[in-house]
Design a protein around this ligand. Structure first.
Ligand SMILES: Nc1ncnc2c1ncn2[C@@H]1O[C@H](COP(=O)(O)OP(=O)(O)O)[C@@H](O)[C@H]1O
Ligand SMILES: [Mg+2]
Length: 285
C-alpha cells in the first residue's frame, strides 16, 4: 500500500491516462536513496495494467557494459525489428549483438529505439520503466534519452527512476523530484508497520528521518521494543539523513557496525540495491 504521495500519484495517473489516449511522455523520477522511487514506479505499473510494460533495472556491475540496459529493456519487442527502417534495424541489431556490428552509428541506434517503441505502441500503449537508471550504461542512456525527448503521439510513457545526478537538468525531459513523506504520511507509514510505537517516539522518527520511508522502516526495525515504547532512552541518532544514506548506498557490501536489527520481517525488506551498507538507525562511529 502506497502511503501519501497524492500529488505524485495524480501526476502519474494523468500521464498514464494520456498515454492511453496516444499522448506520449517521458519523466525522470529522482531523489535520494530510500525516498520511494521504486515504490512509486511500482504504483505506476499497477495503474497501467492494459499497457505493454517494458522494464529494465540496470546493475552497477554492468554500467560499463555498452547496451546492457537497452538489451534488457527491448528484449520483449525485438520481434518487431522488421517493422523499423533497415539501417536502424541493422544498427540496433549490431548494438545488441544480434547481428553484425555497425560501428559508431549511435544516432541510428537511438533512432531505432524510438522506432521500436513506436512500433510496439501500435498494438497497445507502452509503459517503459527503468529503475535505478543512474546505473544505465552510457550508450543505453543516450539512446533512451534521445527517444524520450522525441516521443510524441505514439502512446508511450517512459519513466526513469534514479538518484539525483547533475545531468538531470540538461536531459531535456520532465522531472519529478521525490522528497520525504509529509509528517502525516510518515506517521502513517510507522503505523502501517503494525509495530507498537509510542507517540513521542513516532514523532521523533518522523522528524529525524525527514520522512525518508527507508529510514523510517529501518528505524522501526532496529529500535528495541523498549525504545519504541518510550521505556528506554534512545541515545543515538535515529537517522543519518540524506547524505549518510547516499554515502551508505555507495557502499555495495553491507557491513553492519551496530547491532543486528532485532526485527527483520519481510515487511522491512527493501528493494535490491536500496539497503544502505550501514543501517540508517545509527551514525557511523
Ligand atoms: N509512499 C510509500 N508508502 C509506503 N511505503 C513506501 C513508500 N515509499 C517508499 N516505501 C517503502 O520504503 C522503502 C524504500 O523505498 P524505495 O522505493 O525502495 O526507495 P528508493 O527506490 O527511492 O531507494 C521500501 O521498503 C518501500 O516499499
Ligand atoms: Mg529504488
Amino acid at each position: 500500500m502506497l502511503v501519501g504521495r497524492e500529488g505524485e500519484r495524480t501526476r502519474l495517473d494523468s500521464l498514464i491516462a494520456r498515454a492511453r489516449r496516444g499522448e506520449s511522455a517521458a519523466l525522470l523520477v529522482h531523489g535520494e536513496p530510500g525516498v520511494g522511487k521504486t515504490r512509486l514506479l511500482e504504483h505506476a505499473g499497477a495503474g497501467a495494467a492494459d499497457f505493454q510494460v517494458l522494464r529494465a533495472r540496470p546493475l552497477e556491475a554492468e554500467s560499463e557494459l555498452a547496451f546492457a540496459g537497452l538489451s534488457e529493456l527491448l528484449r520483449p519487442v525485438l520481434h518487431l525489428l522488421d517493422r523499423i527502417p533497415g539501417p536502424q534495424k541493422a544498427a540496433l541489431s549490431g548494438a545488441l549483438a544480434l547481428g553484425p556490428s555497425v560501428p559508431g552509428d549511435r544516432f541510428a541506434v537511438a533512432a531505432a529505439t524510438l522506432s521500436l517503441l513506436a512500433a510496439a505502441a501500435e498494438k497497445s500503449p507502452v509503459l517503459v520503466v527503468v529503475d535505478d537508471a543512474h546505473w544505465l550504461d552510457a550508450p543505453s542512456r543516450e539512446a533512451l534519452l534521445f527517444a524520450g525527448r522525441r516521443l510524441g503521439s505514439e502512446g508511450v510513457l517512459m519513466l526513469l527512476g534514479m538518484r539525483d545526478r547533475e545531468w538531470i537538468s540538461v536531459a531535456g525531459l520532465g522531472t519529478l523530484e521525490l522528497h520525504g513523506l509529509s509528517a502525516g504520511g510518515a506517521a502513517a507509514l510507522v503505523e502501517r508497520t503494525g509495530t507498537p510505537v509510542d507517540v513521542a517516539v513516532r514523532n521523533r522518527i518522523v522528524t529525524e528521518t525527514r520522512g525518508n520511508p527507508l529510514a523510517i522502516l529501518e528505524a522501526v526495525a532496529t529500535l528495541t521494543d523498549a525504545e519504541l515504547l518510550g521505556k528506554a532512552p534512545i541515545t543515538h541518532p535515529l537517522a543519518v539523513g540524506a547524505s549518510g544514506l547516499r554515502a551508505a548506498a555507495r557502499q555495495p557490501s553491507p557491513g553492519h557496525a551496530g547491532r543486528t536489527p532485532h526485527r527483520c520481517g519481510e515487511r522491512h525488506r527493501v528493494g535490491r540495491g536500496n539497503r544502505p551498507g550501514a543501517h540508517p538507525g545509527r551514525a557511523e562511529p
